[in-house]
Design a protein around this ligand. Structure first.
Ligand code: HEC
Ligand code: HEC
Length: 388
C-alpha cells in the first residue's frame, strides 16, 4: 500500500478545524454506554449493518487498503475538520463500493458455501480503478519480489521446528531469565509517539500484569487514549481522529489491545496465545522462528516472530476479522535495552502499522513495580477540546 498519499490526506483533514466536536460528542454520549451497532451509530448505512462501530471502521480501512483509495476518494471531503456527518452523503464511488460489497457476498455464497474466500483485495490488489484483466508479460518474465513474511501461514508444526514452549523459553532467557521477568508486575513508560506525517508527541504507557495497559498520547489536538482493563478496551480520541470521542473495542480489536497488554511484559508470553504451531520465515534477511496461534478461543489469529539468533520477539502480526475481510496489524519491536535495576531487556522502539496509519513509539524511560492507580485502566473520558 502506498501509505504516503493516503495518510497525507488524513493529516490534511486533520488540519482544517474542530468546530463540530460538539456534534461528535453528542453522538458519542451513547456510544460508550452500550455497544452501538453501525446502523444506529451512523446515518446512512445500508449493507454493513449489525456490526459494532470499531468493526465498521475496520471495514472502511479494509476497503481503502484493498482499493488504494483514500477515505475522501469515496466520501465528500469535510469542509470542517472533524465533521463526520459528510460521510453519510452519497457519492458515485460509494455507490459502486456498496454494490461491490453485495456482489462479493453473492460470489462467496453461490460458489464457496458462504465462506469468505473472495474479498475486495482478491480483485483490486491495492490498485486504484478497475482491476486488471490481461496478464502482464513483464510481470511474468521478471523476478518475483521476496515473499512477505507476514503472509507465512503455518498449518502444521514443522517436524524440525522447536516446540512453542522452547521458543518462549529462549525468549525469556534472552530478556534476562524467566524469574527476573516474572518479578516485574507493573511498568510505566515515557517517550514519544509519532503518527504517520504527524509531529512527535509525548506518550505515557501504563502496564499492569497480566493484561492491563493504557497508552496516552498528548497530541496538539487533544489526548488519544487506548485502554485495556483486562477484559474491555476503549479508544478515546479527538473528533479529528475518530467519529466518536470514546469507542468501545469489540471482537478482533478487543483481542488486539488485550494482546498488546499481555505482551508488554515478557512474562506474559506463555499466556499470550493458544494452539501454537511453529514454523519459520525471515524479516529483512534475518531468520525468524514464527509461532502462530489464536487468542480468545480461536476468535483472532496471531503470529509472533522471534529472531532465530537472539531469541528476541521482533514482530507481532495479528488480524481483526470483519464481515468483509481480515484487517492486518503489525507491531515491530526493536532496540531491546536493559531496564535499570531489574536485569530485564525490553524493546524501546515499537512501530505499529495498520491499514490506515502507522505509529512510531520511542521510549525514553521505564519505571518498574511502581504503584499504578487502578482508575488508570477504567474507560477513558472523552478527550478535552483542544486549546484554541
Ligand atoms: C471504496 C469506497 C470507500 C472508501 C475508500 C471508504 N469508504 Fe466509508 N463508506 C463507503 C460505503 C459504501 C459506505 C456505506 C456502507 C453501507 O451502506 O453499509 C461508507 C460509510 C462510511 C461511514 C458512515 C457514514 C454515515 O453516517 O452513514 C463512515 C463514517 C465512513 N464510511 C468512514 C470512512 C473512512 C474514515 C474511510 C477511510 C479510512 C472510508 N470511509 C473509506 C465506502 C468507502
Ligand atoms: C470479482 C472481482 C471483484 C471483487 C471481489 C471486487 N471488485 Fe470492485 N470492481 C471490479 C471490477 C471488474 C470493477 C470495474 C467495473 C467497471 O469498470 O465497470 C470494479 C470497480 C470498483 C470500484 C470503482 C473503481 C473506479 O474508480 O472506477 C470500486 C470503488 C470498487 N470496485 C470497490 C470494491 C470493493 C469495496 C470491493 C469489496 C467489497 C470490491 N470492489 C470487490 C471487480 C471486483
Amino acid at each position: 500500500m502506498k501509505l504516503g498519499p493516503r495518510s497525507l490526506v488524513f493529516r490534511a483533514m486533520a488540519t482544517i478545524a474542530f468546530c463540530l466536536l460538539n456534534i461528535a460528542s453528542a453522538f458519542g454520549q451513547a456510544a460508550p454506554a452500550k455497544q452501538l451497532m453501525s446502523e444506529q451509530a451512523f446515518k446512512n448505512v445500508t449493507v454493513l449493518k449489525g456490526i459494532p462501530v470499531d468493526e465498521f471502521m475496520d471495514t472502511m480501512g479494509f476497503i481503502a487498503a484493498s482499493t488504494n483509495y483514500n477515505c475522501i476518494d469515496c466520501h465528500v471531503e469535510p469542509k470542517v475538520e472533524g465533521d463526520w456527518s459528510v460521510y453519510a452523503q452519497e457519492t458515485p464511488r460509494k455507490a459502486i463500493a456498496r454494490r461491490m460489497i453485495l456482489m462479493v457476498e453473492t460470489i462467496n455464497k453461490t460458489n464457496f458455501g458462504g465462506a469468505r474466500v473472495v474479498t475486495c483485495y482478491t480483485c483490486h490488489r491495492n490498485l486504484q480503478g478497475a482491476p486488471k484483466i490481461t496478464p502482464s508479460l513483464r510481470d511474468q518474465y521478471s523476478v518475483p519480489p521476496d515473499p512477505d513474511p507476514n503472509e507465512v501461514e503455518i498449518t502444521q508444526q514443522a517436524p524440525e521446528a522447536p516446540s512453542a514452549n522452547q521458543v518462549f523459553d529462549k525468549y525469556l532467557q534472552a530478556v534476562g531469565g524467566a524469574q527476573k521477568a516474572a518479578a516485574i508486575t507493573s511498568i510505566v513508560f515515557k517517550g514519544t509517539y509519532q503518527g504517520y506525517a504527524e509531529v512527535k508527541a509525548p506518550v505515557e504507557i501504563y502496564v499492569k500484569a497480566p493484561n492491563q495497559r493504557t497508552m496516552i498520547v498528548h497530541t496538539d489536538g487533544g489526548d488519544r487514549t487506548t485502554t485495556c482493563d483486562g477484559s474491555n478496551g476503549w479508544m478515546a480520541a479527538p473528533a479529528t481522529d475518530k467519529p466518536f470521542p470514546v469507542i468501545r473495542y469489540s471482537n478482533g480489536d478487543l483481542d488486539g489491545v488485550r494482546l498488546d497488554a499481555v505482551l508488554s511484559l515478557p512474562a506474559g508470553i506463555k499466556q499470550a496465545i493458544t494452539k501454537p504451531l511453529v514454523g519459520s520465515s525471515s524479516i529483512d534477511d534475518k531468520d525468524t522462528v514464527v509461532v502462530q496461534g489464536t487468542v480468545n478461543g480461536g476468535r483472532s489469529s496471531v503470529k509472533l516472530y522471534f529472531d532465530k539468533k537472539s531469541g528476541l520477539l521482533v514482530r507481532q502480526v495479528r488480524y481483526a476479522d470483519t464481515m468483509i475481510g481480515r484487517v492486518p496489524i503489525q507491531v515491530d519491536y526493536s532496540d531491546y535495552r536493559d531496564v535499570v535495576g531489574v536485569g530485564v531487556k525490553l524493546p524501546f522502539h515499537v512501530i505499529t502499522t495498520w491499514t490506515d496509519g502507522r505509529s512510531d513509539v520511542l521510549l525514553t524511560s521505564a519505571e518498574t513495580n511502581v504503584p499504578i492507580d487502578a482508575a488508570r485502566f477504567n474507560q477513558p473520558p472523552p478527550p478535552a477540546p483542544p486549546k484554541q
